[in-house]
Design a binder for this molecule. Sequence first.
Ligand code: AVI
Length: 318
Amino acid sequence: MTIDLSEQVRRGLTAFPKTLPPVLFYDEEGSRLYEAITDLPEYYLTRAERSIFVQHADELVDLALGGASTGRPLTVVELGAGSASKTELLLAAVLRRQPTCVYVPIDVSRAAIEGAARRLAVNLPAVRVRGIVASHEQALPELATIEGPALAMFIGSSIGNLDDQDAGRLLRDLRQALGARASLLLGTDLRKSSEVLIPAYDDAAGVTAAFNKNVLARINRELGGRFDLARFRHLARWNEARSRIEMHLQSADDQSVAIDALGLVVHFRRGETIHTESSVKYDLAHVARLLEASGFSPPRVYFDDGRRFAVHLARSAP
Ligand code: AVI
């Protein structure tokens, strides 16, 4: 099961204001561009979170196992796994406590899951990969069959791409699917100056602009769209009231764009935008509220040295 591209594009581009959901970024090219973003000097998130795992992986796994007291091995589930390169640090820590580990990466990109499985087969052959190519909502029912304790990972501040209502619903559904012996490892980017945030989403090399515009290129490739990418501009804005970075694609002029496979012509005014992504930046109370409302206990929180990013380890509340 994968996403319904036609339906999502039709709905988003006939809405006012126009939107496209961020899940559409991640075809093969978009996944490649996102990996490139994670190496950019301006995009501190991945390095900050990785440094937390380097320092605390063993403690995080102990906490995830603690209280399970079933003697059964831990299964690791990851929502939006991507290349899973940071996850490898956690999986290595799991393998220091048990001989094998089942790892269930969930991602809409088959290429990303296959790439992660190939790398893990070389680096950590004792990990058994059971990937699910699907959206989170589609994959959750399959998780109910996991036996024993489970550690669900939702890292990289991917939760920030959801509004609070959707984030709360997803965490609640995850808690329900995994049951009482589950732990959640949640990575969140923290509120900080827009002078740091804007460049992180509008880098000097233009990789984030290419990532944003790839959604139009994808519509051209897969749905016979006629977008001229040069007539759209990448925008990254800080929305103080909603504590989030917003990415938009702004039309450079009045234009009409046909999407052949949908039998649709989309009209744009000069300066009109398509809102393609929000990336919420949290304070700790905000995350604690979300977790509590979703059935998780108050988390243990870990920070990188610059306190730019936080990793929260929470258990299912009794
Ligand atoms: C995947 N997600 C958490 C990234 C973010 O920071 O919101 C996606 C991204 N968008 C632009 N740069 C990175």
